[in-house]
Design a protein around this ligand. Sequence first.
Ligand SMILES: [Zn+2]
Length: 339
Amino acid sequence: MTTVLPELTLTARDVYKLLNDSPFGLLTYGRTVGSNTDAFSFAVHTGIINYTVPPNCRCGIAMRLGRRADRNQNSYQGLQWECGSYSNGRRCRHTSSITVGTFFDDVKLPWVKVLDLCIHWFFKTPVVSAAHQVGVSKGSAIDWYGFCREICYNIIDEMDICIGGQGFHVEIDETHLFQRKYNRGRQLAFSHVWVFGGICRETKEAFEQVVPDRSGRTLWPIIMRKIHPGSIILTDSARVYASLHEASRGGYEHYAVNHRRHFVDPANPNIHTNTVERQWGLLKGMVKGCMNEEKVEMYLGEFIYRRQFFTTLNVVEARTLGKQFDTFLGHMKKLYPGL
Ligand SMILES: [Zn+2]
């Protein structure tokens, strides 16, 4: 049995250049990664699939690369790991696809289209337009946008963000996301989702999460888990926040602005919740396209992820966009490492 190596049309340097040179965009990407073999090379050099480090077979022997008889050259799904070792006069016939456990596991679309959809998602192309440009069904585009969003959600979920600190100002607030949806009778119906969140004015670190209600029983454990003790917390005058300063509850310093009277405390212009409310505005813009109540958390994950990794504290420059996309690929690899 001979090892079959796939053709690599791009070098590691090509891919490095693409992701690190300025500008990085749909055009520069499309010029470099224009075919399936390019897409395969891109996936290999960015590490989102691996065919150079053979996994061990369950019999303990390192496997080798081979081709499946029913190979689908179009997408390189035909490559497989093969064992083929002999023990006690019997040959181990165990095989597995090189894509098992990767982002490309069991992918039906050509890889070049999958990566194109990821790039369009990264650049926030509206999903219907992305489907049209890539040449796939709207359903496929929606699926792959969803998978990208899932990566965001999982990475953010793992991070368990905690913000603020001694003397830092943290604004917290809740907001109500309205969602239009049609029920069976084609009548307009609304579903309601509450989101609770906070942002640190000094560090710009923030958290948001979907909550079932706005009761103290729901919000208090989140406040204590997400905000460092000693933080100065700013809220509106909702009753649930009234006991924030109590030492038994994290020892926060607390100031409230009464929104019924004014949005900024006239006696102390520091006391307002404008920063967190700006986040609500941005969040609502992003969740607008989400018609499914259960998927709100995924959209919220994407919102937090983009803020965390794509718009760093510095101004977003074209030359950093490739690196941002590379960060996303790194997270893809982390969550879908393969065998
Ligand atoms: Zn084996």
